[in-house]
Design a protein around this ligand. Structure first.
Ligand code: CTP
Ligand code: CA
Length: 225
């Protein structure tokens, strides 16, 4: 079986994948989160492992379970936790796919006690989180491949290209929420891949395992360069 493993296209490659939402604490019992299911990131981690990669999966709160025992899973809760783990594992990675739906804002302060309700409304001050992907893009070494996702509802390609360039990515996966059946809750996605040469490939609506396969084919090509 060792000889078979060695023939796999990603044998010997260290892959870092993030998945799921982040939860940003408001007080001991409440948080701000999002609808990410983690399915796309887990499908990617499974596909990468099946192609022979050594996969580290940094996952926000999700009910997903990996297919392969070889996948090293690291559970995190907040965007700040995810940043710390990414900074730890990125230097040794040959490639990183940032699939997580990271919160853009987090409460400026976390109440130590449960916030009691009063007669009036409640304002919660938010501060920006660190952009993990952009931080990794700034640290990227020669030969490392960095892949991001872009979730857009308008001016999709233009916004995706802006993210590719601003965050120093090699590839961006544009996820269209406009298409019925696509998005981060369901089992299917419709994606467009855009690389640094602005070469675009649009795929049909497919299940997330098949989408993961399409992304991996492109990733293998980028790792060869
Ligand atoms: N991302 C990240 N850290 C953040 C926010 C986003 O690493 N604090 C990553 C996501 O994992 C994704 C990419 O950046 O791979 C794009 O995320 P997206 O939400 O589409 O874009 P943003 O840059 O956050 O911009 P906006 O939400 O305003 O569209
Ligand atoms: Ca965002």
């Amino acid at each position: 079986t060792d000889d078979i493993k060695k023939k796999l296209p990603l044998f010997g490659k260290q892959l870092l994948v993030t998945a799921g939402p982040t939860y940003e604490a408001i007080d001991p019992v409440r948080f701000i989160g999002n609808h990410s299911s983690g399915k796309m990131g887990f499908a990617l981690a499974d596909e990468l492992a099946s192609l022979g990669a050594d996969v580290t999966l940094i996952a926000g709160p999700t009910a997903q379970i990996s297919k392969y025992k070889s996948i090293k899973r690291i559970n995190v809760t907040s965007a700040a936790d995810m940043l710390q783990e990414c900074l730890t594992y990125f230097p040794a990675a040959n490639a990183c796919v940032m699939c997580a739906a990271v919160a853009d804002y987090t409460p400026a302060t976390v109440s130590a006690q449960k916030i009691k309700k009063h007669d009036d409304g409640l304002n919660i001050e938010l501060k920006k989180t660190t952009d993990i992907l952009k931080t990794l893009g700034g640290q990227k070494r020669d030969g490392q491949v960095l892949v991001g996702f872009a979730l857009e509802t308008q001016n999709e390609e233009q916004y995706a290209i802006e993210k590719l360039e601003k965050k120093n990515l090699d590839l961006i996966v544009l996820n269209s929420l406009n298409d019925a059946g696509a998005g981060f809750k369901g089992d299917t996605n419709k994606i467009t891949l855009i690389d640094r040469q602005l070469h675009k490939t649009t795929f049909d609506l497919k299940n997330k395992a098949e989408v993961a396969h399409d992304i991996c084919i492109k990733l293998i090509e980028l790792l060869k360069k």
